[in-house]
Ligand binder design. Structure first.
Ligand SMILES: [Zn+2]
Length: 632
């Protein structure tokens, strides 16, 4: 038995507890004593405050009420306005998951309805929000978790044993090493291996989307001698962009069976993007790197954490996620290593500035010695205009096109910028600064938006307030119309009058945006607005540069004559610009002793590292791939 359980049992009468289980780092006690389950006299609270771990008391499955009867009671107790969509029983864990449109009403004042359900049914009720936009993907993910609840229970228990059963690798010396398997002096294929005497932890495992056809450039250096998939204790995913999570399912293909830690929106969005990635590979006639089977394995092994929830993941590493302001659910990862030996913050991709969607990245941490900082826009010349100016530029460009009765195409990445653009358009149309016209949302952008509506607690205050208090979810505005089929796309192109079209891909490389562009480019009344980085060689870059005759990428005999207006709006990025990065370092409390600059082109990494050193007298490094930095 783990030491921690022996310690917990000292607080309890042994005959009251029938089973003790781990669920990751959480400790779950089961009891057959109904009275004790309903009123433990504060014992559990006492244990939590003494041992500083999350401990939960649940009824032994044998004393829970028969599920049909329990469901009847739940439906009686919860008011109709809460609108229950689903009730699912998880008998092995004595939990019942209630999906409701208004979770607050289902929970009741200070949880009184949950207490009532507990008392009347002896089940542990858990309330989840039904996404207000239906999402097949979220339903599938929840189904995978419910269908595999037996496996989940064993997996979570095993994960807990790894955390609590003591050291397995021997602790002779104190050292911490960080090896770059990707994203050293480059954007793309983020992947770092953190090693301590006891732990092997992978931070992200992405691909380089610009090189998906060439494995040596696209994959992180998983062949590095220090990386052994069967020795990995945990994988942490900072956020759902493919350059950070695109290869996670691949690890399962190679036998990884351990936990993936991320936030809940990250899990959902990354599964969506990976499924799309598999589809794109198949359409291009390539063998996909993995299939939906491995994506399902990933979902089964994911442990979701909320922001600022402290969790042990191995005997000597404890992690906490902090909002990074980049996309929904994106996290900076704080790693507390060796019981105070070292504190490392993996900043991942972050935005130290307010956006329509998210709060700025957090800068206050309990302790901090080393910081890994991105440098996507870290160069001296990456001074972007203010958010307000950028928004005005976008609104002006749209208004000018509407005055000519034209159509606007905005090519976007599926996640982040697209929702940001939607919010800007919605606000201006709501307040009358822009004529109210349909905004067509094509393809995956719609699914990602649906995930946003499922997790309003991950959005910023303002949006949350709009959603909760005013019942005014901006994503549900009637200006937004979904384009779900080729037929509907045709209608938008041929029949819809003046409108805005938001579609992937962002660089006009594959996806619906290319089709819209091809059909609408020869009309001078139409306009294309670029809001994100256009990679060298992409169709988007050529249009942006002002080329007027471009060979049709899908039919080399045709020449596309570009007569439409072309506009570029900068400064709507989900990354910090140079000034924000420098401010972030300045505001970081406590001030880190060492800053490791990554995730940027060579010159930008070097430039940012040298500027931080000159300005703040902090030691910096800009490692290349395969380099290892010793932190302790
Ligand atoms: Zn990103």
């Amino acid at each position: 038995m783990s030491k921690i359980i022996t310690e917990i049992m000292k607080f309890l009468q042994e005959d009251k507890i029938t089973d003790v289980c781990f669920e990751g780092a959480n400790i779950v006690l089961y009891t057959k004593d109904t009275d004790f389950f309903l009123n433990d006299q504060g014992v559990i609270k006492q244990i939590v405050s003494d041992i500083k771990k999350r401990v939960e008391l649940r009824p032994d499955p044998s004393i829970t009420m028969e599920s049909e009867a329990a469901e009847k009671i739940i439906r009686q107790v919860i008011p109709e306005e809460a609108t229950i969509a689903n009730i699912t029983f998880d008998p092995q864990r004595s939990r019942v998951i209630i999906e409701a449109e208004k979770p607050g009403l289902a929970i009741g004042k200070q949880g009184e309805l949950l207490r009532e359900i507990k008392a009347k049914t002896t089940w542990v009720p858990i309330v989840k929000r039904t996404p207000v936009i239906r999402s097949q993907l979220i339903e599938n993910i929840r189904a995978v978790l419910y269908q595999n609840s037996d496996y989940r229970r064993k997996f979570l228990n095993k994960t807990g044993h790894r955390v609590y059963d003591g050291w397995i690798r021997g602790k002779k010396n104190e050292w911490v090493r960080l090896t770059y398997l990707g994203s050293g002096r480059q954007v793309g294929r983020s992947c770092m291996l953190l090693q301590t005497p006891e732990s092997r932890i992978l931070l992200d495992c992405g691909i380089d989307p610009a090189h998906t056809m060439d494995e040596t450039e696209a994959f992180p250096y998983l062949e590095a001698p220090e990386f052994k998939v069967d020795e990995l204790d945990a994988v942490i995913v900072s956020h759902a962009h493919l350059d950070h999570c695109g290869l996670i399912p691949y690890l399962f293909k190679f036998g990884y069976k351990g936990p993936i830690y991320c936030t809940a929106p990250t899990r959902d969005v990354m599964a969506l993007l990976q499924l799309d990635f598999v589809k794109i590979m198949k359409n291009a006639g390539k063998d996909p790197l993995y299939t939906s089977d491995e994506i399902r394995e990933m979902v089964k092994h994911t442990i979701c954490l909320n922001f600022e929830e402290v969790t042990d993941i191995t005997p000597d590493v404890r992690i906490t996620f902090y909002n990074s302001g980049h996309i929904i659910g994106s996290a900076m990862v704080h790693l507390h290593i060796g019981n105070g030996l070292h504190n490392l913050l993996y900043g991942a991709d972050m935005k130290y500035g307010r956006t329509k969607l998210l709060d700025p990245a957090i800068t206050d941490f309990p302790r901090l010695e080393s910081l890994m900082l991105e440098s996507t826009y870290g160069g001296k010349d990456n001074i972007t205009q203010s958010r307000e100016e950028s928004e005005k530029q976008l609104v002006d460009a749209v208004n000018a096109t509407l005055a000519n009765k034209g159509k606007v195409i905005i090519p976007v990445l599926g996640v982040g910028r697209s929702q940001e653009i939607m919010l800007i358009l919605e606000e201006h149309m709501r307040t009358g600064a822009m004529e109210k016209i349909p905004v067509f949302i094509d393809g995956m952008v719609w699914d990602v938006t649906a995930i946003h509506t499922a997790y309003p607690e991950f959005l910023n205050n303002q949006i949350r307030k709009q959603i909760f208090h005013k019942n005014q979810n901006p994503f549900l505005s009637d200006i937004f119309k979904r384009v779900g089929s080729p037929k509907e796309r045709r209608e938008v192109i041929e029949e819809a009058g003046s409108c805005v079209i938001v579609a992937t891909s962002g660089m006009l490389v594959g996806g619906a945006s290319v089709q819209y562009f091809k059909e609408l480019c020869d009309n001078p009344h139409n306009c294309i607005i670029f809001v994100s980085y256009q990679g060298e060689g992409s169709l988007g870059r050529r249009v942006q540069r002002g080329e007027k005759e471009i060979i049709n990428p899908d039919s080399p005999k045709d020449v596309l004559r570009v007569k439409m207006q072309v506009a570029t709006v900068e400064g709507l990025s989900g990354h910090s610009g140079r000034r924000e990065l420098m401010n972030f370092v300045y505001r970081c409390t406590p001030r880190p002793k060492k800053i490791i600059v990554n995730h940027g082109e060579v010159s930008r990494c070097l430039d940012l590292a040298s500027s931080i050193h000159k300005m703040y007298r902090i030691e910096t490094a800009a490692p290349r791939n395969l380099e290892t930095i010793r932190l302790v």
